[in-house]
Design a binder for this molecule. Sequence first.
Ligand code: GLN
Length: 200
Amino acid sequence: GITVGVLAIQGDVREHVRTLEGLGVRATAVRRTTELDACDGLVIPGGESTTMAKLARTFDLLEPLRQRVKEGMPAFGTCAGMILLADRLLDGAVGQETVGGLDITVRRNAFGRQVDSFEGDLDVAGIDGRVHAIFIRAPWVEETGPGVEVLARVEDGEAAGRVVAVRQGSLMATSFHPEVGGDARVHRLFVDLVTDRAES
Ligand code: GLN
């Protein structure tokens, strides 16, 4: 079977591990290169992207992460994890680094302070039925490169039409937190990507 790592330097690691285990997948916390080497795919959780990037740099994980993503390791970022996987950032902290890999421009804290956190139901490409999405100081995707598939957009309110889930090859990212709330269907999409890649 496959092993999916969850980057465990900061953020809501446990929720991801639980969701993956619920799908019958071996899930491991990743804090060092040797742990990263053992993974067929990696989840980057929600949390605080500036802290995560700094700690990844401090723990000598940033370059190995970039390398693995470049080599085609499947990765799935949620919220702060989406920011970490983005090639380009708007409203990032000064000097904020990312792992990159996704040809997208992401705006941090995009929904603004008034609507810091909110929930809504979305259609997500590849999933039957509505997906309940929880947004917490979430980013959105402001631009997508030609190889990027939009999986979901905000459907109503001021932010209607904003892109909040994408896929490019083996890389996926959501602005929202599918690890919260017990719905494993978005993780299932990712696990299928990891399985396909591990078998090819
Ligand atoms: N606002 C956070 C950041 O910029 C992301 C929030 C989250 O992951 N829930 O990293």
